[in-house]
Design a binder for this molecule. Structure first.
Ligand code: PXL
Length: 274
């Protein structure tokens, strides 16, 4: 069987836990072949309280990367994360159309954990316009879901359901809203909605500070699952188990933060063999 080709269009997290680093590690764990088109580079300064700087990549270079990546034709699945510039978003959409890409996961990254800085609002608008209509699924956290649905703070499962309906009107075929640790429920509750019924996916909350990269890893795992032919719901359920293992085995990376361990699921003797 041909190995499945999977692409991430995202930023580089120089600290190694989120962004393309999370994506490529996750693709590998799933036994898929990972490609990456870099849109920006995120650096953190240990001498300045770990302050983040996001440096976008020249859009022409994003185009060149995608041209290279698509030289062998369409890929089996792709995801987007941090997007850098409006031009990079438009270019990404052009490749989606040109190669009639299917299995598209849009992770609507709007800020880095630990910073309140929202990515440029024009990027959010362009993502909504050009990418969400092509999405097989989008994976907002509570904050992002509040912004996409224009509902603001979401504090209950009922509000998450309303938000999910509104987000589907933007064009994705499905949405999973990550309630995660932010929702004041006993379990970490994610809400999956594909326009037919709501499915609540619960998992016990994991008490850890070492969860940097969880969101990117979750979206990457869904992407790899779709490439392997899983249904959208199975891809989400499997990704949830994968990321739970990664969080449970989080690693302190430096004095400032700890990362999920992307290799944990396979270490937990549940190898991704099918
Ligand atoms: O977790 C959001 C995120 C996404 N992409 C990149 C990041 C981060 C947070 O640090 O650096 C590249």
């Amino acid at each position: 069987m041909m190995i499945k080709k999977v692409l991430t269009v995202a930023g580089s997290d120089s600290s190694g836990g989120a962004g393309i680093q999370a994506d490529l590690k996750t693709f590998q764990e799933y036994g898929t072949f990972g490609f990456s088109a870099l849109t920006s580079i995120v650096t953190m300064d240990p001498d300045e309280g770990w302050s983040h700087t996001v440096t976008p990549i020249d859009p022409q270079l994003v185009d060149k990367q995608l041209k290279t990546i698509f030289a062998g034709g369409a890929l089996d699945a792709m995801k987007t994360g941090m997007l850098g510039t409006v031009e990079a978003i438009e270019i990404t959409r052009q490749y989606i159309d040109r190669f009639d890409m299917k299995n598209i996961v849009i992770d609507p990254v709007m800020a880095c954990k630990g910073t309140s800085e929202l990515l440029q609002p024009e990027n959010v608008a362009a993502m909504i316009r050009h990418l969400l209509p092509k999405a097989t699924i989008t994976t907002p956290n509570l904050v992002e879901a509040g912004i996409l649905s224009e509902m603001g703070d979401l504090t209950s499962v009922d509000q998450m359901k309303d938000a999910a309906k509104k987000i589907l009107l933007l064009g994705p075929k499905a949405v999973v809203i990550k309630g995660g640790h932010r929702l004041a429920t006993e379990n970490a509750v994610d809400l999956f909605y594909d326009g037919t019924e709501f499915t609540l996916l619960g998992h016990k909350k994991i008490a850890t500070d070492y969860n940097h990269g969880a969101g990117c890893t979750f979206a990457a795992a869904i992407t790899a699952g779709l490439a392997k032919g899983y249904s959208v719901e199975k891809a989400v359920r499997t990704a949830k188990n994968f990321v739970a293992a990664a969080i449970e085995n989080g690693q302190k990376i430096n004095p400032f933060l700890g990362h999920v361990w992307h290799g944990a699921y396979n270490q937990a003797e549940q190898r991704m063999t099918d």
